[in-house]
Design a protein around this ligand. Structure first.
Ligand SMILES: CC(C)(COP(=O)(O)OP(=O)(O)OC[C@H]1O[C@@H](n2cnc3c(N)ncnc32)[C@H](O)[C@@H]1OP(=O)(O)O)[C@@H](O)C(=O)NCCC(=O)NCCS
Length: 228
């Protein structure tokens, strides 16, 4: 692998401090903070992905997390939430955020109910004033729900975010339509094969077991032909 290549794959427990320092210690004004312990739990659950610069085992320069709620029998499942997407300031605009998000969401669906026609819903939230992640969510085919969600003062992790006159944080909610997974799997297959970011930087992926471009396409075709 070229020494300047990027590497995208799952975070490991020993990465917790580096991810916390990069993303959550002094979070971006639009990014919800999570604690070190919470991050540790997400990494242990296999739902945190990182990008490294310089290949496997090297400096972490981007991360994202999917929060998967506990399910309780008899209760409708809470949605999982894609968030914490962050790319090192100096590396923005080269497609790293797009590749990381695509890989993370495809890996998540690959590992969770991949062939189920009604997987656990997946949502994302974006501060009303934050334009930066919207193109990525759009490319992944998340759909913005109408209206604004208000997070009242005092909820952990939102303290540093811009607030409205009433002191609440305002956000838009996005939902991932399960029917779009075949498109996502096909796009992820292309991303895996292309192995470059949008401006041509090389990138390698550490895929979940069995997740190859061919298998993603097979799964997409199976989902397309499955009864809805
Ligand atoms: C959001 C973020 C992860 C994007 O990372 P990135 O590596 O720059 O993203 P990409 O290079 O893949 O760009 C993706 C798209 O977003 C667009 N975009 C990037 N910055 C933008 C901005 N400030 N305003 C509007 N669109 C923007 C790009 O033009 C690109 O669109 P295109 O593919 O149609 O050209 C990065 O800006 C970041 O870390 N922001 C701070 C944290 C944050 O806001 N996280 C989201 C919390 S919900």
């Amino acid at each position: 692998m070229a020494s300047d290549a990027f590497w995208i794959g799952p975070a490991r427990s020993e990465d917790t401090e580096a991810i916390h320092d990069l993303v959550f210690q002094n979070p971006d004004q639009f990014l919800r903070r999570i604690s070190f312990e919470t991050l540790k739990g997400r990494i242990a659950a296999g739902v945190c992905w990182v990008a490294r610069r310089g290949g496997a085992g090297r400096e972490i320069v981007a991360a994202c997390v999917i929060t998967v709620p506990e399910t309780s029998p008899g209760k409708p499942p809470e949605p999982a939430e894609f968030g914490g997407l962050y790319v090192h300031e100096q590396l923005r605009g080269s497609g790293l955020g797009t590749s990381l998000a695509t890989f993370a969401v495809a890996s998540y669906f690959w590992d969770n109910d991949a062939e189920n026609s009604a997987p656990l819903p997946l949502i994302a939230h974006v501060h009303v004033k934050n334009q930066k992640p919207r193109r990525i969510l759009g490319k992944l085919q998340f759909v913005q729900k109408p209206g604004v969600i208000e997070v009242p003062d005092g909820i952990e992790g939102f303290e540093h975010m811009p607030k409205n006159a009433a002191g609440n944080v305002e956000g838009h909610e996005f939902e991932y339509p399960a029917a779009k997974r075949p498109d996502l799997f096909r796009w992820a297959a292309m991303v895996l094969e292309t192995r470059t970011l949008t401006k041509g930087e090389p990138v390698e992926f550490d895929c979940p077991i069995g997740m190859t471009a061919a298998e993603l396409r097979r799964l997409a075709a199976a989902l397309d032909s499955a009864p809805r």
